[in-house]
Design a protein around this ligand. Structure first.
Ligand code: HEC
Length: 103
């Protein structure tokens, strides 16, 4: 199953407050990240990350490095750290998913 992704991606252009260009992730990785998101994050951020107790994560210009740090370390008194719960590839998939919401 050759995943033909990326060819039709919309114009890049969302400003990123992390300053670094975020490369697009393969669709399969994004899908895996969404599944992990539903399990781990949806109680607070909603199944599609549109916000509940936690903030909406769409179109915020979040940089990949910031997302990874947020997942690993959490936010004191706001969001639990997932650094010891999730493995590096899982964090990577989550970053790919949240990244995909930034445009
Ligand atoms: C217990 C509820 C809770 C869970 C579970 C949770 N979050 Fe959060 N998250 C929050 C809250 C609340 C904030 C806002 C923290 C702040 O800004 O101080 C936040 C902030 C964030 C941010 C930063 C948003 C921004 O604009 O700065 C990201 C990215 C994020 N969460 C991703 C995730 C991911 C991915 C998961 C699952 C691995 C997750 N969160 C699980 C409650 C949660």
């Amino acid at each position: 199953m050759a995943a033909l992704i990326g060819a039709a991606v919309m114009a890049p252009g969302a400003p990123l407050h992390g300053k670094k260009h975020n490369a697009d992730a393969p669709a399969a990785l994004v899908a895996q990240g969404h599944a992990l998101f539903v399990t781990n994050c949806s109680p607070c951020h909603g199944a599609d990350a549109e916000g509940d107790d936690g903030p909406n994560l769409h179109h915020k210009g979040l940089a990949d490095a910031f997302i990874a740090t947020a997942v690993k370390n959490g936010f004191k008194n706001e969001m639990p750290p997932f650094g010891s719960k999730l493995k590096a590839p899982e964090v990577k998939a989550l970053v790919a998913y949240v990244h995909s919401l930034q445009k």
